[in-house]
Design a protein around this ligand. Structure first.
Ligand code: NAD
Length: 441
């Protein structure tokens, strides 16, 4: 099939490369000329494991190309995916500016009947809006399909090529047939293509993300209670996760969820609730808990040194800036909140992330109290303590001798529970983690 994917970010690039990998002819479009120029030269503007190889192979085979020209891309395609960003608007709702600008552009470029697919996460009713926007510009028939994306940054290729399920919201038999044919190669393992009406598909994406966010916030809340009551969240997690009704995944406490999806999607759902006169109490609480959780490590740092004033002049090593491992995405990352507060209190920070030094620096801006290192050991020298914000695998088994040698004091604030408490005790560290009793050197 001839496919156009509009928006070449984390979702658009992965979708485009994976559709090409199955033999489709794909053109990825973006209005960011710098991004397209990079892609045309074989450079990948984001970090996603495996993506570079996949893009290179399919570009070489001429199944995958890149352009800023929406019109020609639309005219050459039977199926057009909209995968542009839907950031949070001031009132919490999803900002549909980019989606509707693309819809208008598609309408103007139409040269025959097409299927347009909302891949971006968009609130219920958006497919209708996209359809109306396109049809205001053309008399050719258009089917607008909702096909929400469930990939996770860091494992995006595997998620896309071998999805747990594909959700497709359609309102015509023709669109159903085209979409099920397109996704058939991805669901050979037996995982289902779930076909439903368009509005239910739109709702499914928000409901899934909000349920996951509630689960994370619930565990973070229980972790706080564990700390105060002397329980250990690891034991509690094992205890509850072994109940088949609960399951083991997504039960790890930390310093709050971030990224481009959970924070904005939960708030957008709350907003949709308000628009329909339904107050979504659980979803709203998940966000409140998350905002509190992003400050939990800061409270521990201030508690350790005795007061906020005592932070002035301290120097911290920070491991991890991305909102989670295996990505360079720092959108809504807890490290942003922690960094902001530390520099406000007069501390300096030596930060390192295997992939996100650049994106963090770009988002946070240059700051005289922040430096970035080339390795995790680089940033330890002369620091008063180590702060762990992201659980990259390479942080899990460091040389603790080097840590002790390089740090001014053997103090670790671990926001991701990557080290064992007993080991820390034996090695002589003062160690704070989440939902577990602290260890004093
Ligand atoms: P992104 O910001 O990485 O990419 C969006 C791209 O769209 C950018 O490259 C931007 O330049 C481009 N763009 C914006 N306006 C355009 C226009 N008018 N014409 C052409 N290109 C335009 O965003 P993303 O993370 O890929 O997310 C895209 C959508 O997918 C969002 O709705 C998001 O909620 C959803 N989603 C994201 C993830 C994820 O893990 N990132 C997962 C599932 C769903």
């Amino acid at each position: 099939m001839n496919i156009a994917v509009i928006g070449s970010g984390y979702v658009g690039l992965v979708a485009g490369a994976c559709f090409a990998e199955q033999g489709n002819d794909v053109v990825c479009v973006d209005n960011d000329a710098r991004k397209i120029a990079m892609l045309e030269q074989g450079q990948i503007p984001i970090y996603e494991p495996g993506l570079e190889d996949l893009i290179e192979r399919n570009a070489k085979l001429k199944r995958l190309s890149f352009t800023t020209e929406l019109e020609s891309a639309v005219q050459g395609a039977e199926i057009i995916f909209i995968a542009v960003g839907t950031p949070q608007d001031e009132d919490g709702s999803a900002d549909l500016t980019h989606v509707l600008a693309v819809a208008k552009g598609i309408g103007k470029a139409m040269n025959g009947p097409k299927i347009v697919v909302d891949k971006s996460t968009v609130p219920v009713g958006t497919a209708q809006l996209v359809k109306r926007t396109i049809q205001a510009e053309t008399s050719y028939a258009v089917d607008v399909v909702s096909n929400p994306e469930f990939l996770k940054e860091g494992t995006a290729l595997d998620d896309f090529l071998r999805p747990d399920r594909v959700v497709v919201g359609v309102d015509s038999e023709h669109a159903e047939k085209v979409m099920t044919d397109l996704y058939e190669p991805f669901t050979r393992t037996g995982n289902p293509i779930i076909v439903m009406d368009v509005v239910s598909a739109e709702m499914t994406k928000y409901a899934a993300n909000t349920m996951l966010a509630i689960r994370v916030s619930f565990m973070n809340e229980i972790a706080l209670l564990c700390e105060k009551s002397g329980a250990n969240i690891n034991s509690v997690r094992n205890g509850i996760g072994s109940d088949a009704r609960i399951g083991k995944s997504f039960l790890f406490p930390g310093i709050g969820y971030g990224g481009s999806c959970f924070p904005k999607d939960v708030q957008a759902l709350v907003r949709t609730g308000k628009d329909h006169g339904v107050e979504l109490l659980l979803a709203a609480a998940a966000e409140q808990v998350n905002a509190r959780q992003k400050r939990v490590l800061l409270d521990k740092i201030v508690g350790h040194y005795g007061s906020k004033e005592a932070i002035r002049g301290k120097r911290f090593a920070m491991w991890g800036l991305a909102f989670k491992p295996r990505t360079d995405d720092v959108r809504e990352a807890p490290a942003l909140v922690i960094m902001q507060e530390l520099v406000k209190l007069g501390a300096s920070v030596q930060a390192y992330d295997p992939e996100a030094n650049g994106t963090f620096r770009e988002r946070f801006g240059e700051h005289p109290q922040i430096t970035y290192g080339e390795s995790n050991y680089d940033v330890l020298t002369g620091a008063d303590a180590l702060i762990v914000c992201t659980e990259w695998s390479e942080f899990r088994a460091p040389s603790f001798t080097r840590l002790k040698d390089q740090l001014k004091a053997p103090v670790i604030f671990d926001g991701r529970n990557i080290f064992g408490r007993k080991d820390m005790q034996t090695l002589g560290f003062t160690y704070y983690s989440i939902g577990r009793p602290s260890v004093t050197a």
